[in-house]
Write a protein of this length. Structure first.
Length: 106
């Protein structure tokens, strides 16, 4: 058997507004939970009570997801700002040498 190798490179991942996407999904999970809440008895009698708890779990995990993607988004913006600041310093010619001088202990 031969190993499959791709014939072309994978495309770059799409970067959209991830925070809005996760927030929207979390809202949907909580809305579905609230819609099903009045039918608790019917869901319990029919053996479908797990639908209710699945929606609640989806909303709870969505809150964790919002916290995570907001932190990720902030870190990406900090990194891009640092790179842009480094480029501006390079263009201005005021970039200090990155290696310590011979007299310094490093």
């Amino acid at each position: 058997m031969t190993k499959w190798t791709p014939r072309h490179e994978a495309p770059e991942p799409l970067e959209g507004n991830v925070v809005a996407t996760i927030t929207g999904g979390t809202i949907v999970w909580f809305v579905l939970f609230l819609i099903q809440l009045p039918f608790y008895g019917r869901l319990s009698d029919g053996g479908h009570l797990w639908w209710l708890w699945t929606c609640l779990a989806g909303g709870g995990l969505g809150l964790i997801g919002i916290w995570y993607v907001r932190g990720r988004d902030a870190a990406i913006k900090r990194h891009e700002a640092a790179r842009a600041d480094g480029r501006q310093r390079e263009q201005a010619g005021s970039v200090p040498s990155e290696s310590p001088s011979e007299g310094e202990a490093g």
